[in-house]
Design a protein around this ligand. Sequence first.
Ligand code: SDX
Length: 424
Amino acid sequence: MSEANTKKATLKLNGQEIELPIYSGTLGPDVIDVKDVLASGHFTFDPGFMATASCESKITYIDGNAGILLHRGYPIDQLATKTDYLETCYLLLNGELPTPEQKKEFDSQVRNHTMVHDQVSRFFNGFRRDAHPMAIMVGVVGALSAFYHNNLDLDDVNHREITAIRLIAKVPTLAAWSYKYTVGQPFIYPRNDLDYAENFLHMMFATPADRDYKVNPILAKAMDRIFTLHADHEQNASTSTVRLAGSTGANPYACISAGIAALWGPAHGGANEAVLKMLDEIGSVENVAPFMEKVKTKEVKLMGFGHRVYKNFDPRAKVMKETCDEVLGALGINDPQLELAMELERIALSDEYFIKRNLYPNVDFYSGIILKAIGIPTSMFTVIFALARTIGWITHWLEMQSTAHKIGRPRQLYTGETQRDIQR
Ligand code: SDX
C-alpha cells in the first residue's frame, strides 16, 4: 500500500470524530483501515464480507466490473493460451514467469515429488468405495502432514518452499487415486517422463492391463488449460479459509485440506458438478423456459451463473467456452449438453431478471462439458478444481507466512439472551 498515507475518512459517532486512514493499492479501490473503530466501542459489520478487504496481497487482481483477472499482472487469457500450468504456478509463487532454465528446474522439482509415501495408499481403504472423491481428498491431503514432521518449521523458508513443491506435485497423484479407488481399479503411479497434465490423466485412465496406454495430447492440453484457469482467484471463500487456518500457525497440509473442504460447497467449487446435474435435470432445450421460471421464483439457482465479484463476464468463462469449442471440435463430439448450456446462456443474457442482477456465466458454467469430453466423471469435477487451486492456496499461505500477521478472529453482533441465572 502507498506509504505516503495522507488520505483519511472521518467517522462521526456519538459526538466523536474518528479519523480512519485510507490506503491505496496499485490497482482497485482504496481501503479504509477501520481498526480504530474498536476504540469507540463499536465493531464494523459486514456479513459475507461484501465490502471487506481481509489482507494486502500482490498475487491476483480482479476487476469485477470490467471482467479483468490478472495473476502477477498478466491477464488470464494470455496465461491460459501462452503458458502452461506449471509456468503459471512458477509465476504465482515467484512473481515472474520462469526463464527456460528456471522452467526446466521447476518442472524437474515437481516431477520428482509426485510420489507419496506408500503408507498413504493405505488411507484409502478406510473409505467406502462409493465415497465422494472430495471426502477422500479432504482426509488424505490433511493426513500428509503426518509424513513431513521434519519439514514443518513455518519460520524456515526452505521448509515452506519444499512444502509448496510437495503439494503441487502430490495432489494430482492423490486426486487420481481418489478416482481409482471409487471405481475399484488399482492405483497407477506417477511417471517422471510425462508432463504434469499428461501424468495426471495417465494416473486417472491407464490400467495395468493396458501397458501402452497413451494420453491423447488434445486432452492433455485441454486439461492443462483448465488447471491454469482455476489456479487462483484472490480472496475467494476457500483461499480465505486457507489464510484463516494459516493465521493460527496450523501446518500447511491442514490448511490446504481446509481449503478443499470449503471449495466443496455448491456455491463455490462444487458448482461445476452442480452445473452438469442441472443440465441433466433440464434434459433438453424444450425444458429451458419452464426451468428459467423456477429460477425467477427462486426455487432453483442457475448453477454456473453469478459471482460475488464479477458483475460482467468472468474472463475465465470466455476462455473456457473457446476451449470447449476447440476440444469438442477436435474430438468430433456433438454434445447436446453444450447446445443446452448455450441456450441457457443466450436466454439468461437477454432476460431482465439476470441483467438486473448482473448474472453472467462464471468459470464453472462450461468447465464441466470439457471435463466430461475428457472422460472425467462428474464426481471428480470439484477434485479437479481443488487440484488446480492448490497453487493459489499455497501461494496465499506463503505470502501470509512471509509477512507479519495476526490470528484471524472476527467478532459479531450478539442478539442472543442477556445474562440470566439458572432458577433451581
Ligand atoms: C466460484 O469468489 C470466487 O472468486 C469464487 C470462484 C473462484 O475461482 O474461487 O470464482 C469460483 O465459486 C464461482 C461461483 C460458483 N457458484 C455458482 O455458480 C453457484 C450459483 N451462483 C450463486 O450461488 C451466486 O451467484 C454466488 C454464490 C456465486 C454469488 O452470490 P452473492 O454474491 O452472495 O450474490 P447473491 O446470492 O446475493 O445474489 C444476488 C442476487 C439474488 O437475487 P435477489 O435477492 O437480489 O432477488 O442474484 C441472485 C440472488 O438470488 N442470484 C442468482 C444466482 N446467483 C445469484 N439467481 C439465480 N441463479 C444464480 N446462479
